[in-house]
Design a protein around this ligand. Structure first.
Ligand code: NAG
Ligand code: NAG
Ligand code: NAG
Ligand code: NAG
Ligand code: NAG
Ligand code: NAG
Length: 219
């Protein structure tokens, strides 16, 4: 099954049902997803991603999205890396991010993003690097359940946001985790004891904006 070469008829049919069956629609290409992401990432007063523009004929340029700034693809023109840092976007992370299910690297850092982490990120089970740091407007609780399927995750950096509530305990099940940076938020409560069982952990940070926790040194 190829994602890019679908006939026009099925694309149109697909668009008709998009709002109903977003995730089962195979003609919803990574190009379409990136255009959706751009619209959501860029809030009022935000700017950036100027070269994320759909080609006039995506059939003629099936790899056009792979040269958008911050985007890299694999041999199937599926997005494997999305790294956008220090761009004043002032938007939010939309649920469509979950459709980029071959992502290995996702860095949306220092982009002034706001709002909540969409639960659809749970579909990003190939991720090795997840860096959402320094979006001081990202708020609400961190939905730890999105992490349980990310068995390849090596780096989780959500430093310096406005997350509240309890610390996610789920990182403890991630056997490949090397770097876990949860500090600079408003988490409260206990540091999960299970964190001490993450064998490969090299860097751990949890110091909040308020002195809620004692600093934890991993031996
Ligand atoms: C689409 O076509 C118009 C007019 O031919 C051209 O000016 C524009 O640059 C094209 N856009 C892209 C992304 O190729
Ligand atoms: C992902 O990011 C890491 C660290 O920044 C880098 O070493 C690696 O090459 C990146 N991988 C891809 C597929 O972009
Ligand atoms: C936008 O983000 C940058 C980098 O984190 C930060 O220095 C700046 O203060 C932010 N701007 C606003 C208006 O929040
Ligand atoms: C996350 O991204 C920020 C901004 O690019 C960078 O400074 C930071 O080192 C990254 N975190 C990790 C763990 O690589
Ligand atoms: C982030 O937290 C600070 C301190 O509690 C607060 O002043 C600010 O309004 C919060 N921002 C958002 C967008 O929730
Ligand atoms: C998060 O920030 C948004 C936008 O600033 C605000 O409307 C919302 O109430 C905040 N939510 C929480 C839980 O702080």
């Amino acid at each position: 099954m190829t994602r890019m070469g679908s006939p026009l008829g099925s694309s149109l049919l697909c668009l008709g049902f998009l709002s109903l069956v977003l995730s089962t629609c195979s003609s919803y290409s990574d190009l379409d997803v990136l255009i959706k992401l751009k619209a959501a990432f860029t809030g009022p007063g935000g700017s950036g991603l100027h070269d994320w523009v759909a080609p006039n004929s995506s059939a003629a340029s099936p790899t056009a999205h792979c040269s958008f700034s911050g985007v890299s693809c694999d041999g199937d023109s599926r997005v494997v890396s999305l790294c956008v840092a220090f761009v004043p976007l002032f938007g939010y992370i939309p649920p469509e991010i979950g459709l980029l299910d071959r992502l290995v690297n996702l860095t949306l850092a220092a982009d002034n993003l706001t709002g909540k982490i969409p639960l659809e990120m749970a579909k990003l089970t190939s991720l090795r690097f997840l860096n959402l740091s320094n979006n001081i407007l990202l708020n609400g609780s961190f939905p730890g359940e999105i992490l349980t399927g990310m068995t390849e995750l090596e780096v989780l950096d959500i430093y310096n946001n406005n997350f509240t509530g309890s610390l996610p305990a789920e990182p403890a099940v991630l056997k490949k985790l090397r770097v876990l940076l949860l500090g600079g938020n408003y988490f409260s409560g206990e540091i999960p004891e299970s964190f001490a069982e993450i064998e490969g952990l090299q860097y751990f940070g949890v110091q909040g904006k308020k002195p809620t926790f004692k600093i934890f040194h991993h031996e």
